[in-house]
Design a binder for this molecule. Structure first.
Ligand code: BG6
Length: 276
């Protein structure tokens, strides 16, 4: 069901028969809300979020496509999060949105493709799948990420368990210098912006105050990005103090990309989020 959201943007509201719910905007196929079967909101969404193109919505799950961050020739995180999708199919608990390139996009990304993004909500889970078919006769460069902003009680109370002991990561705050994590937990005491290349397929975000654990499972995505900016003044679309209330855990094809999707090939990846 399509309903009106802020600034004339339309969103689809999904409900699972066992109680979970989610909202997905056509702008960017952007998931802005995910609620568990207890009705608790699990995603951060800024009070100052801008819903109008060409801005991406600050919070929820911006979709980075077909580039992660600055790793390529396109705008930061690619154009999908600033593009208008169409609904291609849907049911009560799931929707598939579709994007094809416009003439305008061809100027910076001269490839024919068909992108499908499917979001399905369960009683305590959210599954998101990206499928892209290269419909041109040339190879198509691709990087991507599900850039999820999880709502937390306070950044002081949480850690991300990256699933392996003492992994190295590329520190985006230090020109992607290779750095070693001590142990398997990321705690936040300053800006943290890291690409874990070849990360395990299951990561956990634990909030020790609320006792909530979010499990992030990834399929087909080699990397994971963990981010908290430790400040909000640098963002026009973040309200004061909001940085303390979220942590991003992002299954990604980042430093392991861009890959080349061959002509006629369909490439896909999935993230499964669950809460306990
Ligand atoms: C993260 C990057 O994925 O996204 C950060 O690692 C970046 O470096 C952040 O600051 C937010 O990006 P944007 O373009 O949405 O402000």
């Amino acid at each position: 069901k399509l309903v009106d959201g802020p600034e004339g943007q339309q969103k689809v509201v999904l409900k699972s028969s066992s109680g979970g719910s989610a909202e997905v905007f056509l702008h960017g196929a952007h998931v802005t809300s995910w609620k568990s079967n207890k009705g608790e909101e699990l995603f951060f969404l800024s009070k100052k979020a801008i819903y109008a193109p060409p801005k991406a919505i600050r919070g929820g799950i911006p979709l980075c496509f077909p580039q992660f961050g600055p790793l390529g020739k396109l705008q930061q995180h690619g154009f999908a999060r600033n593009s208008e999708f169409e609904v291609s199919r849907g049911s009560e608990d799931s929707v598939t949105m579709s994007l094809r390139p416009t003439t305008d996009l061809h100027r910076t990304y001269p490839h024919e493709f068909h992108l499908l993004v499917t979001v399905k909500v369960g009683s305590d889970s959210l599954t998101q799948t990206l499928e892209v078919k290269n419909e041109s006769s040339e190879a198509m460069p691709l990087g991507t990420a599900f850039h999820t902003y999880f709502l937390v009680s306070d950044v002081d109370n949480v850690y991300v368990d990256v699933g392996s002991d003492g992994p190295t990561y590329l520190d985006n705050t230090k020109g992607r210098a290779e750095t070693q994590l001590s142990g398997s937990k990321v705690k936040f005491q300053q800006e943290f912006d890291a690409i874990f290349q070849g990360a395990p397929d299951s990561l956990k975000l634990v909030d020790e105050k609320t006792g909530r654990t979010i499990t992030v499972k990834k399929e087909g995505l080699p990397d994971a990005v963990v981010w908290n900016p430790w400040g909000d003044k640098q963002f026009a679309d973040m309200a004061e103090g909001e940085y303390r209330t979220f942590v991003c855990v992002e299954p990604a094809l980042a430093a392991s990309g861009p890959i080349q999707v061959q002509p006629g090939e369909t490439w896909s990846c999935t993230q499964v989020l669950s809460v306990s």
